[in-house]
Design a protein around this ligand. Structure first.
Ligand SMILES: Cc1ncc(COP(=O)(O)O)c(C=O)c1O
Length: 387
């Protein structure tokens, strides 16, 4: 089969997502899977798990259907129960809080830092109570949280530490790759992530018991014994298919290339956008490498984000909000307990995601920068424009 040509015209719509999964990379494996008749839970899933475990530096990797189901399994296998409180990053895609609620526990929302999207460890400490049993710290947009400090807090208070690494495959901090921090790491393979299976997820851990239980529960709780299959605990169907695993393997083989490309594009966007008035570009702290799942900037408070998004759209460039400040949404306002979340609120209102697609051309990068440079002054509040 011939590969579709993917050469963008200078003015065609520039999307936020342009998945890069060449058919040639998976063609043989997909034929082999279909011919074998084993479409799920086979050697491709096992190989994908091993590749992720080795890459991340974790003892075990358990493939599942999404980061959401990985997070849910992490809570179940980590022993979180109804009536527990789980400290959760407020500035996140709501899946992080949803799994806690679905488990019957309370997600206690925690602020971001002033100068970065990651969870603020001081704010987190101030929200620990006797009913707190766990933390889910997000690596926003592939920017690892301060897991070294979080691990020290979790140890001191006897808390389970889950890293929501949905966006951070390939990122690292303090010499360790995302997914090797805390008790459990949870990755996503949604099309907007570093690598994609269409949909998919992975749980990583060094805890053999937790990994065994996760493997059992992802497949209904079924356990093979000499006496046949037995069920001693009710489970779920969170299994990844062989076809999805083949997609994941094909990209794990070139993950360093994928990351190099994203980082090179991010560096060019960063240098040029930093020159503009009205916007801040967050940059990695020392000893940290981001995966740049998304390229997200923060607009000044007097810039109207909706107007910027509309302006970029007229230039045929897709953009969107950063992510959600959960407490601003009705489902999560009951979990705003223990004080306001001013940084997350600001990012919820002013963070903006710009296109960062694979093999982004110089023309595409300058289209984004030019359109943003025109959008920013046009989207200032009137008082500032008049000054
Ligand atoms: C931080 C975070 N956690 C969890 C998820 C959920 O991932 P999935 O779609 O694989 O369930 C997302 C999805 O965007 C996310 O950004």
């Amino acid at each position: 089969m011939t590969e579709p040509k993917n050469i963008p015209s200078p003015t065609e719509r520039l999307p936020l997502i342009r998945p890069d999964v060449p058919f040639a990379d998976v063609e043989d494996d997909i034929r082999a899977i279909l011919a074998s008749g084993q479409l799920t839970s086979g050697r491709f899933v096992a190989e994908f798990e091993q590749m992720v475990a080795d890459y991340v530096g974790a003892e075990h990797a358990v493939a599942v259907t999404s980061a959401t189901t990985a997070l849910h399994l992490a809570l179940v296998c980590g022993g979180v129960q109804s009536c527990d409180d789980v400290l959760v990053s407020d500035f996140t895609f709501p899946a992080t809080a949803n799994v806690v609620i679905q488990q019957g526990a309370r997600p206690i929302l925690v602020d971001s830092k002033t100068d970065g999207f990651e969870i603020d460890c001081d704010d987190l400490l101030s929200r620990i109570t006797p009913t707190t049993t766990a933390i889910i710290a997000v690596d926003p947009f592939g920017q690892p949280a301060d897991h070294t400090t979080l691990e020290a807090i979790a140890d001191a208070h006897g808390l389970l530490l889950i890293a929501d690494a949905a966006c951070s495959l390939g990122a690292s901090r303090d010499g360790r790759r995302a997914g090797s921090h805390g008790d459990v790491g949870c990755f996503s393979f949604h099309p907007r992530k570093t690598i994609t299976c269409g949909e998919g997820g992975m749980l990583t851990t060094d805890d053999s018991e937790l990994a065994d239980r996760a493997r059992k529960l992802r497949s209904h709780g079924a356990e093979r014994t000499d006496a046949g299959i037995v069920f001693n605990e009710a489970g779920f169907n969170y299994r990844l298919s062989e076809l999805q695993a083949a997609l994941g393997i094909s990209q794990m083989k070139r993950i360093d290339e994928i990351l190099d490309d994203r980082r090179a594009t991010a560096a060019k966007l960063e240098t040029q956008i930093q020159q503009l008035d009205g916007v801040t570009v967050p940059t990695p702290p020392n000893d940290t490498a981001w995966s740049y799942q998304s390229f997200v900037v923060v607009l000044d408070d007097d810039v109207d984000r909706s107007a910027v998004i509309a302006h970029l759209s007229t230039a045929n460039i897709e953009s969107t909000i950063g992510t959600y400040a959960c407490h601003q949404h009705d489902a999560y306002t009951p979990f705003l307990i223990g004080g306001d979340l001013p940084n997350s609120a600001r990012f919820g209102n002013q963070a903006l995601t710009l296109p960062l697609v694979p093999s982004m051309t110089t023309n595409e990068i300058s289209r984004v920068v030019t359109a943003l440079s025109e959008a920013l002054p046009a989207s200032r509040s009137t008082s500032r424009k008049a000054a």
